[in-house]
Design a protein around this ligand. Structure first.
Ligand SMILES: Nc1ncnc2c1ncn2[C@@H]1O[C@H](COP(=O)(O)OP(=O)(O)OP(=O)(O)O)[C@@H](O)[C@H]1O
Ligand SMILES: [Mg+2]
Length: 489
């Protein structure tokens, strides 16, 4: 042993036949099966150095007890006797993390010799993940499952390559975000903006940092689209939705009169808008018969729209001010509480925010902002409809621009793919993932990510709340690690 001290290690077995440079089988010494658990970090002592690995897929074999044929020991067991355990072997699959060097852990390219000794770290010794994190810009948080004192390194240079958090309901996604991801982002120098879809998961815990969505002023485009949605596009369908006299009059109204009128009550706004739109249509340069149709549609639309609908789009705090405030603060954090308004309003706000951030980045700004989007499928579902179309496009753009301009997107979702998941084009932008207990429908997709690393489906179905596999770019270990965390008050 060269870099690790022998006194910190405990031998548990040797490498069995059929090893390669990326995996090996561990043959446990007697009774070590009572002690050594899957997901443990081990060291293999090889002539080319110490190789770190993770244990997965344990198995116990007793050839004398194969149940599908007659054998004396099987017959003996049938009578209630206890057959000999002498021929029992216990094995684990070792997934290789890399070989230890002075500069940290590097990819292992040599075949691991069978018969090499395998060790675990004794309790209380320093965190072996420190070797994995050496020379990388990491921040530490959460812990390796089963080792509360071994914290997990997060490579902060890869945070702007975006993060996905996946797990069935109750798997602990929102808690992981609150107790682990938000602190990691803040410590890495990002200012964090959380979009709390229901206002229940974040806003109550960051009271003085929460901003109700109704305080915020949307951009003109978002206001127009919102009103159009609420008024059912004034009965226009197909291409006519994008270009018609009512819409033109509305755009004109919002750009010229909105600021002034939004001081008034919603009822007054409603009547004022109706009058202006009627006049606008009458004065437009379209043919008389078209005007008559437009006026009828206007009437129809205003039956669908109610004064109370306007409450959601008359806030006065601009998105610019919100982001500016956030960026001024040391470890700035804001939670937008999106409760009390419908999905269209929430997405209108998101689209305004996205346009603002995109503009900044297109002008070459480095944002240093992390945007946490819980309930991801509401914004970018498998098959976006209506206003989700735009929000999905915006998320894609934000991800693409964000990599160069220090914007980190954290997207949280109950499902990965298909009906319950998030849009495939968005998903491929998330280069770090956390997988908690998953819905069986998502097993196929999760297998694509985790099976190559020896992680069994049964494990993914039965993870406890707060246990997640940490996979991808921000994980300095090339092999996914099972992490957990303690909620701190
Ligand atoms: N690290 C943890 N330790 C102990 N309990 C936890 C931990 N993480 C989560 N839990 C438990 O799991 C519950 C659900 O967590 P959380 O609200 O984060 O789930 P979720 O995945 O966001 O669910 P949903 O998809 O429904 O929003 C928590 O209320 C808490 O009781
Ligand atoms: Mg949640």
């Amino acid at each position: 042993m060269r870099l690790l001290e022998q006194k910190n290690l405990e031998k548990i077995g040797i490498v069995a036949s059929d090893s390669s440079e990326t995996r090996a089988k561990l043959l446990l010494e007697e009774e070590k099966e009572l002690k050594v658990r899957a997901e443990e970090i081990i060291v293999i002592d090889t002539p080319m150095g110490e190789v770190l690995g993770v244990l997965r897929s344990g198995s116990g074999v007793n050839e004398a007890l194969r149940a599908n044929a007659y054998r004396p020991s099987v017959a003996y067991a049938k009578k209630g006797g206890v057959p000999s355990g002498a021929r029992e072997i216990y094995t684990f699959e070792i997934m290789v993390i890399g070989v230890l060097t002075e500069n940290g852990v590097e990819q292992n390219r040599m075949i691991i010799p069978p018969r090499s000794n395998v060790y675990i770290f004794k309790p209380g010794v320093s965190n072996p993940l420190e070797h994995v994190a050496r020379n990388k810009p990491v921040v530490w948080n959460a812990c390796l499952e089963g080792h509360e004192d071994w914290r997990i390194p997060f490579d902060s240079s890869f945070l702007p390559y975006h993060i996905g958090v996946f797990g069935a309901t109750g798997s602990g996604k929102s808690w992981l975000t609150r107790f682990v991801l938000v602190p990691v982002l803040l410590e890495s120098g990002f200012k964090v903006l959380v979009l709390d879809w229901s206002g229940e998961d974040y806003a109550p815990y960051y009271k003085d940092k929460a901003v109700p969505i109704s305080y915020l002023r949307l951009d003109e485009e978002a206001i127009v689209r919102y009103i159009l949605e609420k008024a059912e596009h004034f009965g226009y369908t197909g291409q006519a939705r994008d270009s018609n006299p009512v819409r033109e009059a509305l755009e004109d109204y919002v750009s010229r009169r909105w600021e002034e009128i939004s001081q008034k009550s919603s009822e007054e706004m409603f009547l004022d808008m109706k009058n202006h739109l009627e006049n606008g249509v009458r004065q437009s340069s379209t043919r008389e018969d078209f005007k008559r149709i437009a006026l009828r549609r206007l009437e129809y639309g205003f039956k669908k729209l109610r004064p109370i609908d306007l409450e959601a789009v008359r806030g006065s705090l601009s998105i610019e001010e919100l982001v500016e405030d956030l960026r001024m603060e040391e470890k700035g954090l804001r939670v937008v509480d999106m409760s009390l308004v419908g999905s269209d309003e929430k997405l209108s706000f998101f689209n305004s925010l996205a346009r603002f951030l995109e503009e900044g980045m297109e002008l070459g700004e480095s944002l240093g902002v992390a945007l946490v989007i819980d309930e991801g499928p509401q914004y970018a579902p498998w098959e976006p409809k209506g206003i989700q179309y735009e929000s999905t496009e915006h998320i894609k753009n934000l991800c693409a621009l964000g990599r160069k301009h220090r914007l980190c997107i954290v997207l949280i979702s109950q499902g990965i793919a298909g009906d319950i998941g998030i849009n495939a084009a968005v998903r491929r932008n998330l280069n770090t993932q956390f997988f908690g207990a998953l819905h069986p429908l998502d097993m196929q997709e999760a297998d694509n990510w985790l099976k190559p690393y020896g992680i069994q489906r049964e494990y993914l179905l039965s993870l406890k709340p707060g246990q997640f596999y940490f996979v991808g770019k921000a994980n300095p270990s090339p092999i996914p690690l099972l992490i957990s965390f303690k909620p701190v008050k």
